[in-house]
Ligand binder design. Structure first.
Ligand code: SF4
Length: 703
């Protein structure tokens, strides 16, 4: 017997597929794609369709709070009162002795909007520090800066429905066939039904997305800016630009034109490792298209020149006038399910709620007034990598980590281990014992998971959805908002006495009134009864906004979009040397999600990639005496990884690839790709570079 059918949203990627959840007669959860949902129309990828295994299997779940009274003792079970009282007492005493900037919170793009909002209100409004950042820093912060610089605000202009209207897709630094499968399925369908639709993929790897493309530009990692500028130059030379749009709706074109003519096509081709004729062909396809969509993800964002890559790509939409019209526009693909919602409520160290900026005095005053506090500190908050640097140096004393596993996901994980050991007090708010980060926790707080709590999320296309609570959390696990609010009250702060998540959403929504992300007419009742909405929703009867900038009025002071010039044209941090001659790029595999604390529980998701492998080109394998299936030892200045080699010509010569999911709890410390990655960050977005680490590779010989 099937009972209690509810509608919700997938908890994995930013595509945000609709899911119908049912329970069988044994109260076990069943899932299926929601045929009426505008995102997936009933489809689910391998991860989504196996979500019921994750929900039904609680064998790995943390069931009650655990605490250690000193580092020389193991953690033991405590009550919620004991755990949260101790947390409040330690935080108060550290803040009293060292000031509010000596504590920090590190949250996640998987947190619900209400959780993000409350954690930020607590930190920035009441504790008095801006030291709150998110693992979305590792994912989307370069795109945020790109949008702000180009359009004046962090605003994704288009929707998935534009896919069915476009005739040219430039997919760059992304492999949506694996990482955003349902979105990619829509692109495939668009092309199957309209063979004249063209797809260009830019990637150093011949991915499944590249296999489907009409044109694959297999560039050398880090040379993206040169390539985009070369495409811009070809567009200009062939007269394939929109002069009217440029003149009436943009600023900075003259400087951009001078920049793109500084590098000849021949030189760009050599630097990027891409044939001149292919660059020209890409420009021709883009230039004659009526609907041009660029799509990108971590290949652009996770770079020391992530901001430059983003603005250079956005310039291609401006030069062709392909913004604010059907089937056209730039579209950053969000990795996590609620990275967008987090940005709305100011979930980064440099942001405030409602897309306000911490660096703006007036914005700080407005937010302080709304929360009824004297002021928001003007001190810049620590971003993700800065936070762990500060723990290592001792400047930061305590950290509260919620819903993320930095011991696997942060770059240079040996350094993160040192930082965590050096912390005076570590709180980890988590669902699973499989998180490697638990090893360093003084206090572990069991959190409720998907279906065990209610809240909202926003997907990549600005679509807000309501996620209901359907099952009880195991043991004593509690919803994250409850944990944060309880802690805030034990710290003696007012303004956290909410009866439920709905009241938290209402508080945030009222803050958006009159802004570019206005959702003040939305509430849980409407989201439950009327379904999802894309912000802004500026009037009560407004259906939501699938496409921004149709009036060509951008959010800059002049209302014009801005051509920004990259400060640097290629990765300048480190280049391959004799000792470390290969470029390591890291990424994801199709059936795993982040650090595998959820997907790692599902045996059928392990069949695709049972273990991590190193992808290496046959020429590099030959030069390094490695055969397919050998255990390879990969070294960088930061550490070592040992995994089997997969010799394949799908990867460019000079480049090797490792998946990022595996941590030591799941297999071995030596499978962890981030043992190798460096801590270089983009100077503006502060996003780390996971796509360019110089390494050596050899066959591992047992001593
Ligand atoms: Fe979930 Fe993303 Fe797969 Fe959709 S594409 S089912 S949101 S993981």
């Amino acid at each position: 017997m099937i009972k209690n059918e509810i509608k919700t949203t997938c908890s994995y990627c930013g595509v945000g597929c609709g899911i119908i959840v049912k329970k069988d007669s044994n109260n076990k959860v069943l899932v299926e794609g929601d045929k009426d949902h505008p995102v997936n129309k009933g489809m689910l990828c391998s991860k989504g369709m196996n979500l019921h295994y994750v929900a039904n299997d609680v064998s790995d779940r943390i069931l009650y709070p655990e605490m250690r009274w000193s580092r020389s003792h193991p953690r033991e079970r405590v009550t919620w009162d004991e755990g949260l009282d101790r947390a409040a007492s330690v935080f108060k005493s550290i803040i009293k002795k060292y000031g509010p900037d000596s504590v920090a919170f590190y949250v996640s793009g998987q947190s619900l909007t209400e959780e993000y909002y409350i954690a930020n209100k607590l930190t920035k409004g009441f504790i008095g520090t801006n030291n709150i950042d998110t693992n979305s820093r590792l994912c989307m912060s370069s795109a945020v800066v790109g949008y702000k610089k180009t359009f004046g605000e962090d605003s994704v202009p288009i929707s998935y429905e534009d896919i069915e209207l476009a005739d040219c897709f430039l997919i760059t630094g992304a492999n949506p066939a694996w990482c955003h499968p349902i979105l990619f399925r829509r692109i495939e369908k668009r092309k199957e039904e309209n063979p004249e639709v063209k797809i260009i993929v830019i990637d150093p790897r011949k991915t499944d997305s590249a296999n489907f493309a009409d044109l694959h530009l297999q560039l050398i990692p880090g040379t993206d800016v040169i390539l985009y500028n070369a495409i811009g130059r070809c567009l200009y030379k062939r007269g394939l630009i929109d002069e009217k749009f440029i003149k009436e709706h943009t600023e900075g074109f003259q400087d951009y034109k001078e920049l793109i003519f500084k590098t000849s096509l021949k030189k760009a081709s050599k630097l990027c490792g891409v044939e001149e004729r292919d660059i020209q062909k890409a420009a021709d396809i883009i230039g004659v298209s009526k609907g041009f969509i660029s799509m990108w993800a971590m290949g652009l964002n996770q770079s020391v020149v992530g901001t430059d890559k983003n603005v250079s790509l956005l310039n291609l939409s401006l030069i062709t006038g392909q913004v604010g019209k059907p089937g056209s526009g730039p579209f950053s693909l969000t990795g996590q399910p609620n990275a967008m919602g987090g940005r709305e409520v100011g979930g980064m160290a440099n942001l405030l709620a409602v897309h306000k900026d911490l660096g703006n005095e007036e914005h700080r005053r407005e937010v302080a007034q709304f929360w009824g506090v004297d002021k928001i500190s003007p001190n810049p908050g620590l971003t993700a990598t800065e936070m762990f640097d500060a723990l290592e140096s001792g400047k930061l004393k305590a950290v509260w980590i919620a819903c993320t596993n930095p011991l696997v996901s942060m770059p240079n994980t040996h350094r993160i281990e040192k930082a965590m050991k050096n912390a005076k007090f570590v709180v980890v708010q988590e669902i699973s014992h499989k998180s490697d980060t638990l090893e360093y926790a003084d206090l572990v707080l069991p959190a409720a998971a998907w279906l065990e709590k209610e809240g909202t999320m926003t997907n990549s296309e600005r679509r807000i959805s309501y996620l209901p609570k359907e099952i009880d959390a195991p043991g004593e696990a509690r919803p994250d908002v409850e944990i944060f609010c309880d802690f805030a009250q034990r710290m003696g702060f007012r303004g956290f006495n909410f009866n439920n998540a709905s009241e938290i959403y209402d508080e945030y929504a009222s803050m958006t009134k009159g802004t570019n992300i206005d959702v003040s007419f939305l509430n849980y009742e409407r989201l439950k009864n009327e379904g999802t909405f894309q912000w802004p929703v500026p009037e009560y009867r407004h259906p939501g906004t699938p496409r921004l900038f149709e009036d060509k009025k951008f959010y800059t002071p002049s209302q014009k979009a801005i051509f920004n010039l990259p400060q640097s044209t290629e990765n300048t941090a480190v280049q391959p040397t004799g000792e470390f001659p290969l470029i390591l790029t890291t990424g994801r595999v199709r059936d795993q999600w982040h650090t595998m604390t959820k997907t790692g529980k599902v045996s059928r998701l392990k069949t695709h990639y049972p273990t991590p492998v190193l992808e290496i080109n046959p020429v590099d394998a030959f030069l390094n005496k490695i055969k397919d299936g050998d255990i390879s030892e990969i070294k960088s200045t930061n550490g070592i990884v040992r995994v089997r080699a997969k010799v394949t010509d799908t990867i460019k010569k000079g480049v090797v690839f490792l998946p990022m999911h595996w941590g030591k709890q799941l297999q071995s410390n030596l499978n962890r790709a981030n043992n190798l990655t460096n801590t270089h960050v983009d100077p503006i977005s502060k996003e780390p570079d996971f796509k360019f680490t110089c390494v050596s590779v050899s066959k591992y010989k047992k001593p």
